[in-house]
Design a protein around this ligand. Structure first.
Ligand code: ATP
Ligand code: MG
Ligand code: MG
Ligand code: MG
Length: 469
C-alpha cells in the first residue's frame, strides 16, 4: 500500500476526529511560552491543558503541527532529521486513557483502512519499568520479542528543561536487514544504523518538571503523541529517507534544476541538495510566522539557517540568488495546508533576497582573499590552518568552501591547525556564553559555529567601512 503525504495527514486527522478528538490547527512556530525558543512539538500549544489551567470539553485533541528543532541541526541532511517538519499528534488531558492511546495507535498503523503496515515489521519500545505499556501492546497482538525497554535518553520525553513530561513508548519500523549495522545489540534505538526507524512517540505525560528539577505529578494522566509526517510518508512510499518522500522530492528537484546535479550521483552534492531543501523550508515557514533575520534568539536561528542554505547553494555551484525558487515551490506544494505562507510570499521573497545579497557579498570577498592567499603559496604547500581560520573567523568565509576551493586548486588545507584554532575559539566562547536553557540560542550557536563563522556579522561593517585587509 502507498499513500501520499496529503493522504496520510488527512487520514490521521479524520481517524482521531472519529475517536472524539477535537481538531486544532497548527500553532505558530513562535510559541506562546517564554520557556521555549521555537515550537518543537504538537503538545506545545496545549501546555496549559496538561497543567490543568485550562480544560477541554472533548475527550482530547488532534493536530498536524509545524515544528522546528534546533537540537537536530548537526543531523540535518541525514536520513531522518529535518530542522522543519510536520508532526501529527493526538492528545488527552485526563480524557481518554493510555490503553486507548495504544489501541488506537495500533489500529491506525496496522488497520487495512489506514496505514496497513505489516505487524512483523513493527517494534515497540517502552520506558524501563513500564510493564503496563508492555502488556497493553501485547494485548494488541504485538509479540513480546517485538517490545523492548529503553532508558531515559529515548523513552522519557520533555519539550524543554521545564514543563509537562513523562515516560513514553515509541514505534519503530524495521527497514530490513540491509540497513542494519550487524551489531550484536542492534535493535530499536540503535545509534549505529537506520535499520529501525522511529516514527511515532506516545508520551504518557504525568509530571511537570520545575525550575529546581523536581517532578511533581500533573493533576491528571495525559497523552501526547507525535508522529513525524515526513518519516511516515517515506515509510508509506517505500523510501528510506525523508528526502525521498513526495513532498521533499519536489524541493530536491528545485535544487537539481538550479545546480545541474542529479540527486543520487555524488554524496557531497546530495547532502547539499538535502540541506538546502530542508533549510529553505524552515526559512520560509519562520518568516511566514513573523520571524525576521536578526542577531539573537529566533532571528539568529533564522539567519544561520538562511546563510547555511546560501553557502550550500554555492557548494553545489548555483550562482546568484536562488532561494526564491524554493519559496515558490514550497508555496505550490504546501500552500493548500498552509495558506498563510502563500499570503506572505512577497514578504518572504524580499527578506530572503536581501539576506542572500548581503551574505553573497561576504562570500565573494572571501573568495578573493583566498585566491590571493593561494597565489602566495609555494608549489605543493598546504594552506596554513590559521589562514583558513582567519577567513572563517574574520571574514565569515565557511571552512567547507575554503576546502572545496583549495581542492580544486590542488591544495590541501592544514585542518589540524584549523581545528586547533577552532577549539581555542570555542573554549573562549563557551567560557563567556551564558548557557541558560537547553535547546536555546547558545546550543544553536555552538552547533552552527563549526560551519559558519562566529563573527561573520563583521561583514556588515565591511559594507559600511572600507575593507580591512
Ligand atoms: P530521533 O530520536 O530520531 O531524534 P526524537 O526521539 O527526538 O527523534 P520525538 O521527540 O520523539 O523525536 O518526536 C516525535 C516524532 O517526531 C519522532 O518519532 C519522529 O517521527 C518525528 N521527528 C522528531 N524529530 C524529527 C526531525 N528532526 N525531523 C523529522 N522528524 C522528526
Ligand atoms: Mg531527536
Ligand atoms: Mg528518539
Ligand atoms: Mg522519540
Amino acid at each position: 500500500k502507498t499513500m501520499t503525504t496529503a493522504e496520510i495527514r488527512e487520514d490521521f486527522l479524520r481517524f482521531f476526529e472519529a475517536k472524539g478528538c477535537k481538531l486544532y490547527p497548527s500553532s505558530s512556530l513562535v510559541p506562546d511560552d517564554p520557556s521555549l525558543l521555537l515550537t518543537n512539538a504538537g503538545m506545545n500549544q496545549f501546555k496549559e491543558y496538561y497543567q490543568g489551567k485550562k480544560t477541554m470539553p472533548e475527550i482530547g485533541a488532534c493536530s498536524c503541527q509545524k515544528c522546528l528543532r534546533t537540537n537536530d541541526i548537526d543531523n540535518i541532511g541525514d536520513a531522518t532529521h529535518l530542522s522543519f517538519f510536520e508532526m501529527l499528534g493526538n492528545f488527552s488531558f485526563g480524557g481518554y486513557s493510555k490503553a486507548d492511546a495504544i489501541a488506537w495507535a495500533y489500529e491506525f498503523i496496522t488497520g487495512p483502512d489506514h496505514l496497513g503496515l505489516p505487524p512483523e515489521r513493527l517494534y515497540m519500545t517502552v520506558f524501563e519499568d513500564d510493564d503496563e505499556a508492555i502488556e497493553l501492546w501485547h494485548e494488541q497482538g504485538v509479540p513480546y520479542d517485538h517490545i523492548s525497554r529503553l532508558g531515559e535518553k529515548d523513552n522519557f520525553w520533555a519539550a524543554g528543561p521545564t514543563g509537562p513530561c513523562g515516560p513514553c513508548s515509541e514505534i519503530y519500523f524495521d527497514q530490513g536487514e540491509e540497513f542494519g549495522c550487524g551489531g550484536e545489540h542492534c535493535g530499536p534505538g540503535c545509534d549505529d544504523c537506520d535499520r529501525y526507524l522511529e516514527f511515532w512517540n506516545l508520551v504518557f505525560t504525568q509530571y511537570d518538571r520545575q525550575e529546581d528539577g523536581s517532578l511533581p505529578e500533573l493533576p491528571h494522566r495525559n497523552i501526547d503523541t507525535g508522529m513525524g509526517l515526513e518519516r511516515i510518508a517515506a515509510i508509506m512510499q517505500h523510501k528510506s529517507t525523508n528526502y525521498d518522500g513526495d513532498l521533499l522530492q519536489g524541493l530536491i528537484g528545485v535544487g537539481e534544476r538550479l545546480s545541474g546535479h542529479t540527486y543520487g550521483t555524488d554524496a557531497a552534492r546530495d547532502r547539499s541538495l538535502r540541506i538546502v531543501a530542508d533549510h529553505a523550508r524552515a526559512v520560509t515557514f519562520m518568516i511566514g510566522d513573523g520571524i525576521l533575520p536578526g542577531n539573537e534568539g529566533r532571528g539568529y536561528v533564522l539567519r544561520r539557517l538562511l546563510r547555511r542554505a546560501v553557502y550550500h547553494g554555492r557548494l553545489m555551484g548555483i550562482e546568484g540568488a536562488f532561494l526564491g525558487a524554493y519559496v515558490e515551490k514550497i508555496c505550490e506544494l504546501m500552500g493548500d495546508n498552509y495558506p498563510a505562507v502563500v499570503e506572505s510570499r512577497s514578504l518572504i521573497d524580499g527578506i530572503v533576497a536581501a539576506e542572500e545579497e548581503r551574505f553573497g557579498a561576504t562570500l565573494d570577498s572571501g573568495e578573493e582573499l583566498l585566491a590571493a592567499e593561494l597565489d602566495k603559496l609555494d608549489e605543493g604547500a598546504t594552506l596554513p590552518g590559521d589562514v583558513a581560520f582567519k577567513l572563517h573567523d574574520t571574514y565569515g568565509f565557511p571552512i567547507d568552501l575554503t576546502r572545496e576551493i583549495c581542492e580544486a586548486a590542488g591544495r590541501d588545507v592544514d585542518m589540524d591547525a584549523f581545528d586547533a584554532c577552532m577549539t581555542e575559539q570555542r573554549e573562549r566562547a563557551r567560557a563567556s556564553a551564558n548557557r541558560d536553557a537547553w535547546g536555546t540560542f547558545n546550543d544553536v550557536w555552538t552547533a552552527l559555529s563549526d560551519r559558519l563563522a562566529a563573527t561573520e556579522f563583521r561583514g556588515y561593517d565591511e559594507d559600511e567601512c572600507p575593507a580591512r585587509v
